[in-house]
Design a protein around this ligand. Structure first.
Ligand SMILES: C[S@@+](CC[C@H](N)C(=O)[O-])C[C@H]1O[C@@H](n2cnc3c(N)ncnc32)[C@H](O)[C@@H]1O
Length: 205
């Protein structure tokens, strides 16, 4: 069983001061290149769901009109400080990714990185992302997923025995498969790092 939403928000609040230190190894092992990829593609009115500490902020082009959302106030505060340091304008909102406080068709680009691995409802979150996306808009996803290497995959299943009940952290989800059932056009997908990191570019038709 997964923890309650209240407990998950507290967990992410407690992670906010040390999150960047904990994930530095993943940045070096491929994540940074994926962040650069999405930074090249994002354009126009852009929403980043579950923005965390704002690890993507430095990669967006300066003319992107950025909104970042996260349910953890402490994460949002770290993102705010980072945006200030970078001189990056961003509208930051504290809210749940599966009940987005935005009108239909408000964004040209929606971004999610390392978030679909831990949201309580992947399909609900993706449906909301698509609702707020304009027709022809693009969805850019990067996440850690089930590895293409079976020994790694076996280890991921073992780790999930603890990480799911404690933090709702999943290592074997495949958002690409969920997305394919939602009527979008998947234009690009690629896996790196033993297949553990997957990026997807999809278009709302
Ligand atoms: C692993 S961190 C990823 C942060 C950032 N996107 C990155 O790429 O480094 C997951 C983030 O998702 C947020 N989160 C998880 N579920 C959420 C939800 N349902 N609504 C909003 N934020 C959520 C957490 O608070 C946390 O900041």
């Amino acid at each position: 069983m997964s923890p309650s939403r209240e407990r998950l928000v507290k967990h992410w609040d407690s992670m906010a001061p040390s999150y960047d230190r904990h994930t530095a190894w993943l940045e070096r092992r491929g994540m940074r290149a994926h962040r650069e990829w999405l930074g090249r593609l994002a354009h126009g009115d852009t929403l980043e769901i579950a923005i965390g500490t704002g690890a993507n902020l430095q990669h967006y082009a300066s003319d992107v009109r950025l909104t970042g959302l996260d349910w953890s106030p402490a994460m949002v505060e770290v993102a705010r400080q980072r945006a200030e340091e970078l001189g990056r304008e961003v509208r930051l909102v504290t809210a749940d990714a599966d009940v987005l406080p935005f009108d239909d068709a408000s964004f040209d680009t929606v971004v999610s990185t390392l978030a679909l691995c831990c949201v309580p409802d992947v399909a609900g979150t993706l449906r909301e992302a698509l609702r707020v996306l304009r027709s022809g808009g693009q969805l850019l996803l990067v996440d850690h997923v089930s590895s293409t290497s079976w020994p790694v995959r076996a280890l991921q299943h073992v780790v999930e025995l603890g990480s799911v009940p404690l933090q709702n952290e999943h290592f074997t989800r495949r958002p690409l498969h969920t997305l394919r059932g939602l009527g979008v056009t998947v234009e690009e997908h690629e896996r790196t790092t033993l297949g553990m990191l997957e990026r997807v570019r999809a278009r709302k038709t």
